[in-house]
Design a protein around this ligand. Structure first.
Ligand SMILES: [Zn+2]
Length: 92
């Protein structure tokens, strides 16, 4: 009953991703994210684009990630998940 569903994990993950980038997560959650990133190229890709965005925002003195950026990242992950059916076929 408790088996992690890959797709769901990616979606959940995105909610914490912005906090991860803001350095606002407890160690345990950071580790979970880093572990997930290691075998999830989709999320890794999204993280890379988020990192760039965050760096730009920080330069402008805006500490929080704009909601628009989060939504774009979510759309991006959904897109990537569709392009990677291999990840889905394992979740049976
Ligand atoms: Zn993922």
């Amino acid at each position: 009953m408790n088996r992690p569903d890959h797709d769901h994990r990616c979606a959940d993950f995105l909610d914490t991703l912005s906090r991860y980038l803001d350095d606002d997560l407890p160690e345990a959650e950071r580790c979970a994210i880093e572990r997930h990133l290691r075998d999830c190229p989709c999320c890794e890709d999204v993280l890379e684009s988020l990192k760039v965005t965050v760096a730009v925002c920080h330069e402008k003195g805006r500490p929080a990630l704009p909601r628009e950026v989060r939504q774009r990242a979510k759309a991006r992950i959904a897109e990537l998940l569709h392009q990677a059916p291999r990840a889905k076929s394992r979740a049976r």
